[in-house]
Every structure is written in structure tokens, then in C-alpha cells.
Design a protein around this ligand. Structure first.
Ligand code: KIV
Ligand code: ZN
Length: 523
């Protein structure tokens, strides 16, 4: 049977496949879920699958059905959800695994067997011939059930190339619709990947080649790009680069590199990348490092005077792509590297107009605070500007904490009391909750109710250091009744105090945003 599939000529995303387009095979819900510490409920998986479908990926590898009952339930829910993407299930080359995937109603099966000698000898305890037979049998079995089949030679990049080509040729002759080259332990380099894809192409003829690159040396995206340049059609990727160990090629990095650097098309709606990344981070609990490309907090943030001046004049001076392209916004940080242009722009956004002397004074104070290691939030900058402008009366549109206490224990209902100052008035509130943080958050919300309901929408706590005296970081998101949202964070050894600080900063940021919006309407 010829391996060039008629199945492949029809895209589940409608019409015929555009052969120029690189197909995105998303494995967030399979390899991504194999990230140490990640475990998703069927409902979590369905929610992510729906978002991936909105994002426009071509194939969703929804899971590895044989692993658990929950996995089967999730796969069935996703397969039945009426999504546009092809829904794929992973299976070893055993009929039991394949049956489990078929039972879930998937559109395609990704079946794999290791082909490197190290895996054959130590893990599978099989000869090369036995592995080849298993591969052929699995592909034949899948095709006889009418599903699309993608075959992976696990650890392909450490496999004897002659044997690898023999396996790929045999599965293509059996009817595989796609073959995949996994760089299972992330050891290949871009030049070698280019060569390997070119070499494999000589035996698989027109069966499309996929790439599945791991990031152990930080090369997953570079290797995938190199393989695509050698003629591979499909990229296995995961949102936020999730996956075993150092993860898989990251969806956001690969898609944007293809689009911005190589002018290659994918079906991804790039403006949904950031919200997808946030959703996956929130559901999986895997926090994104601030300097992560595309989706990290700092990816579109600027602090140094030279850079802020540059981007304010012409964004392309220090931004390789517009933040809006991936659903983000540029932001400027007031800090010790700041310059007048950046601070002035930030103050204008906050609705604060200053003259040149006042600006100079503010910049100096920002730098002094920066030298003392202080990170200034917008709220801090606004307070600092008010001080320079001689506005000593408390800002009637800002909340400051006066005092706070919390009581907790065994057989005690956790209760928090808080006193905040708004303008020159004090507001006191007490609340109970399921724990000290919950009661504190509720007490603050009650004390600040005169601002209209500003409610906690997301709360995340992370230990930065180990031990019972660990430094913890609290990240929150708040939202008011009109949908104005703001994120804030605070770090400290006491998680309740850090939570209170983050909450007040979040509320003040919403108030600043409202002020900015009012200022924009007036001007
Ligand atoms: O990394 C790998 O080799 C895999 C296979 C299942 C393709 O995830
Ligand atoms: Zn993998």
C-alpha cells in the first residue's frame, strides 16, 4: 500500500491542505501533561482542547488513552466536542493501546516504538527485526480501522540511520499517513536535523514528515525550524514549551519564528497566543519564567532609558514584533535604568502632567530607589510623582493599608481585620474565611467596597526558596464590575502579608486604570 495518504489531502480544518502551510501538531495535552508535576482532570483537558482549537492548531494530541480511566474519559469528551482540529491519541505499537485509542473515537492515532539500539536493548529487550515487525503491524492495524496514522520512531536521532530509513520505508509502504522524527532526548543540532530530514525524505517520498523535538539543550525550536527548511511539514509543539524534562519545542516560539523570521504560514491565530499561554499556565500550575520568549512577563517590557526612548519613537528599534501580534501590550518599568522619556510616557498614561524640572526630580528619585533594590509599581510611581508635585494630601482615589491582623488555628474560624485609608477616611472591616489568606482577602474587599466591587479573580502562590522560612511570591488578578482587570504580585516570607500587599496593589492598579481611561476620554 502506498504511504502517500489520500487522508492527508483533506484537512479537518476544511478544504484541501495548503501545501505551503506548516501543520501544527499540538502535544500540550499529551507530552505537555507528562511535565513532571502536571496532572489534568478530564474537564481541564477539554477546556485546553477547546482553546487550542480556537487558536487554530491543526492536530490536537489529546492524550495517551491506555494510561488511565480519566485519560480515556478526557479523550472521549474531546473527540465528541465537535472541534475543527484533528483529534489524535497516542498508542504504543500494541493492539491493546491502539484499541484503547480507537474506542475514544479519535480521528488519528500516533503510534510509536523506539528504534535506537540503547532503547531496544535496555528498555524493549527486542531485536531490530522485532521492532520493525511491531511497527508494521501497528500501522496496518490502525489503517484497517480507517483512522489516519502517524508513526514515530522514538529516539530516531540516536538510531542507526540505515535502520531508521528501513523502518520509515516499511511503515510508509504499509500505509502510514505521516512519519515522525522524534529527537527524544534533545541531542540533535540544526545542521544535523537538516541532513537527517533530507536523508529520510529520499525513502519516504511524498509521505509528510513530522518533527518532535525536545529541548534538553535549548535547541528544540531551532532544530524544528531546520527540519522544516529541509522539507518537514508538521511540527510537534506544546504551549509554553511544556513536556518531558526540559519540554518540547514551544508552540509560541516556533509559530512566531516561522511567521516573523521565515514568512511561513501556519493556521494559528497568533493574537490568541498569550491568552492560551496564560490559560495553560493557570491550569497546569507551571509558572512561566519572566524572560521566556513571546509569553514571558518581560518579553515586551522595557526599562533602560535608551530602550524606552527608542521604542517610544519607533517600536521596531527594540521590539522584533508588535506585542499586539501575540495578544500582548508593551509596558515600561520605572527603575534605576529608566530615562526621562519612559517615565514621562508612563506618567502621561497615569494622567499626570509634569514639567521638565519635576520630571528630572522624579527620574532621580526613581533611580535612587532602584539603587536601593526597589521595584516600582505604577502605584509607587504615581505616589512618588504626587510627592514631587507637592500633593501631600492623601490621594482620595488610592487605598493604603493602615493595619491588619489575622487569627487562625485549630477549632478557630480564621478571621481577619483590616483598616485601610482612602483619602483622609479610615475604613475597617472584618471577615472570616477558610484560612488566613481567604479571610484577609475578603476583609480587604469589604473595606474597599466604596470603590465598587473589585474582586479577586485569580490567586497563585509560589515558594521561591525552600524551607519553612521560604520566600513566597503571590500573584493575583482582580477585576471590577465593569471588567477592568489588573494583575499584581508581592513577595515575602509571610504569605498572608504578601497576599494583602498584592491585593491592595491590584486594587490600586484597577483604580489607576480607571483614571487613565477617564483621562483618555477627556483628552
Ligand atoms: O519524545 C518522544 O520520543 C515522544 C514519542 C512518544 C514520540 O514523545
Ligand atoms: Zn516527546
Amino acid at each position: 500500500m502506498s504511504g502517500s495518504s489520500s487522508n492527508n489531502k483533506k484537512s479537518k480544518r476544511g478544504g484541501s491542505v495548503d501545501y505551503e502551510r506548516i501543520l501544527i501538531f499540538d502535544t500540550t495535552l499529551r507530552d505537555g501533561e507528562q511535565t513532571p508535576g502536571v496532572s489534568l482532570t478530564p474537564e481541564n483537558k477539554l477546556q485546553i482542547a477547546k482553546q487550542l482549537d480556537r487558536l487554530g492548531v491543526d492536530i490536537i494530541e489529546a492524550g495517551f488513552p491506555i494510561t488511565s480511566k480519566g485519560e480515556i474519559e478526557a479523550m472521549k469528551m474531546i473527540a465528541k466536542a465537535g472541534l475543527n482540529a484533528e483529534i489524535c491519541g497516542l498508542a504504543r505499537t500494541s493492539r491493546k493501546d491502539i484499541d484503547a485509542a480507537l474506542d475514544c473515537g479519535v480521528d488519528s492515532i500516533h503510534t510509536f516504538i523506539a528504534t535506537s539500539d540503547i532503547h531496544l536493548k535496555h528498555k524493549l529487550k527486542m531485536t531490530r527485526e522485532q521492532a520493525l515487525e511491531k511497527a508494521i503491524d501497528a500501522v496496518e492495524y490502525c489503517r484497517s480501522h480507517g483512522v489516519t496514522v502517524e508513526f514515530s520512531a522514538e529516539d530516531a536521532t540516536r538510531t542507526d540511520p540505515a535502520y531508521l530509513k528501513q523502518v520509515f520505508k516499511a511503515v510508509c509502504d504499509t500505509g502510514a499517513n505521516r512519519i515522525d522524527i522524534p529527537d527524544t532526548v534533545g541531542v540533535i543540532t540544526p545542521d544535523k536535523m537538516f541532513q537527517l530530514v533530507a536523508d529520510v525524505k529520499t525513502v519516504v517520498k511524498n509521505v509528510p514528515i513530522s518533527l518532535h523535538c525536545h529541548n534538553d539543550f535549548g535547541l528544540a525550536v531551532a532544530n524544528t525550524l531546520a527540519g522544516i527548511n529541509a522539507g518537514a511539514r508538521t511540527a510537534h509543539v506544546a504551549v509554553n514549551g511544556l513536556g518531558e524534562r526540559a519540554g518540547n519545542a514551544s508552540l509560541e516560539e516556533l509559530v512566531m519564528a516561522l511567521y516573523c523570521l521565515q514568512r511561513r504560514k501556519t493556521g494559528v491565530h497568533t493574537e490568541l497566543i498569550y491568552e492560551t499561554s496564560r490559560l495553560v499556565s493557570r491550569i497546569t500550575g507551571i509558572v512561566i519564567q519572566p524572560n521566556k520568549a513571546i509569553v514571558g512577563e518581560n518579553a515586551f517590557g522595557h526599562e533602560s532609558g535608551i530602550h524606552t526612548h527608542g521604542v517610544l519613537e519607533m517600536p521596531l528599534t527594540y521590539e522584533p514584533m508588535a506585542p499586539e501580534l501575540v495578544g500582548r501590550k508593551r509596558w515600561i518599568q520605572a527603575g534605576k535604568h529608566a530615562g526621562g522619556h519612559g517615565i514621562d510616557a508612563q506618567l502621561k498614561e497615569l494622567g499626570i502632567d509634569v514639567n521638565q524640572n519635576q520630571l528630572k526630580d522624579i527620574v532621580e528619585r526613581v533611580k535612587d530607589l532602584g539603587d536601593k533594590g526597589k521595584r516600582l509599581s505604577e502605584t509607587d510611581l504615581s505616589a512618588l510623582a504626587r510627592a514631587v508635585l507637592g500633593q501631600t494630601a492623601p490621594d482620595e482615589k488610592m487605598v493604603t493599608l493602615q493595619d491588619f491582623s489575622v487569627m487562625t488555628g485549630v477549632r478557630v474560624v480564621p478571621t481577619a481585620s483590616v483598616r485601610v485609608v482612602i483619602g483622609n477616611k479610615s475604613f475597617v472591616a472584618s471577615e472570616t474565611g477558610v484560612g488566613p489568606v481567604d479571610s484577609a482577602m475578603k476583609a480587604i474587599q469589604k473595606a474597599t467596597d466604596s470603590f465598587g466591587e473589585i474582586r479577586l479573580k485569580e490567586y497563585r502562590l509560589e515558594a521561591i526558596t525552600g524551607g519553612s522560612d521560604a520566600l513566597a511570591e503571590v500573584r493575583i488578578k482582580v477585576e471590577d464590575a465593569n471588567g477592568v482587570t489588573s494583575s499584581a504580585s508581592a513577595a515575602g516570607e509571610d504569605i498572608v502579608v504578601a497576599s494583602v500587599e498584592a491585593m491592595l496593589d491590584g486594587i490600586n492598579k484597577v483604580l489607576l486604570k480607571r483614571r487613565k481611561m477617564a483621562h483618555q476620554v477627556q483628552s
